[in-house]
Design a protein around this ligand. Structure first.
Ligand code: FPP
Length: 230
């Protein structure tokens, strides 16, 4: 959800004002995804590296998270959204941690859209913590066991990864899970990302050919069987 800071700065507002409008944009996006039958939406709200931002922005984001939880969770419960927070909890204050756990508990029995909010998250962190846990349990480390031990182990790999705000990089987001995802980059800043923007991204996705390492002919179903030896 990149571009909140620039959205605010262009309007001579403090950066945190952009993050506030970013929450509105997230609410709109959650509803739009649910309306389009998307099963899982995973958003990057705070990275392991975001602690390096100015102190007032970091505390502004923490306050915003607490406010957003208090305001949004009752509606998420009504809308059937199942909320998950993905990331390292240890670095977070007890009150933030309590809010995350409470939001998850309140929506745990919902069966609609799964909303993963990555908070104090990094893709490398997730790979390392999964490997550490498997090693500690003496479990064999392979692709399947690692996938399941990841903090995102409860959802399938993403079909589409969207980055707003004009940068064309992954920035430590879902490194393991996005191995075969389609990537979509847009200059639209996150606060401006609306239903039409989402539909554009979905249309671009629909036009991609997903080969998962195969050839185009194989994917089209025209795969020639190798002649059998006589
Ligand atoms: C990146 O934009 C955005 C963030 C670091 C925060 C994203 C958070 C939200 C959209 C609010 C929702 C979060 C909660 C608390 C649930 P940026 O600040 O890097 O923008 P810039 O690249 O324009 O500076």
């Amino acid at each position: 959800m990149d571009g909140n800071g620039r959205w605010a700065t262009r309007r001579l507002l403090p950066r945190v004002a952009g993050h506030k409008v970013g929450v509105d944009s997230l609410r709109r996006c959650v509803r739009a995804c649910a309306a389009r039958g998307i099963a899982v939406l995973t958003v990057f709200a705070f990275s392991s590296e975001n602690w390096n931002r100015p102190q007032d922005e970091v505390s502004g984001l923490m306050d915003l998270l607490a406010m957003a939880l208090a305001r949004e969770v009752p509606q998420l419960v009504k809308d059937g959204v199942q909320l998950h927070f993905v990331g390292e909890r240890e670095g977070l204050s007890p009150s933030v941690r309590g809010g995350l756990a409470q939001g998850e508990r309140a929506t745990a029995h919902n069966t609609g859209l799964i909303l993963n909010v990555c908070f104090n998250y990094g893709g490398r962190w997730d790979i390392a913590q999964a490997a550490r846990r498997l090693a500690a349990a003496g479990t064999e480390i392979n692709e399947d066991s690692l996938s399941q031990a990841m903090a995102l182990g409860h959802v399938p790999d993403p079909d589409l990864v969207i980055r707003t705000g004009g940068e064309q990089r992954i920035s430590n987001f879902m490194l393991w899970q996005s191995a075969y995802s389609e990537l979509y980059f847009t200059d639209t800043l996150w606060p401006d990302f609306d239903e039409a923007s989402l539909d554009q991204a979905i249309a671009a996705f629909a036009g991609r050919e997903r080969r998962f390492g195969k050839t185009s002919a194989q994917v089209a179903g025209g795969e020639q069987r190798r002649p059998q030896a006589a």
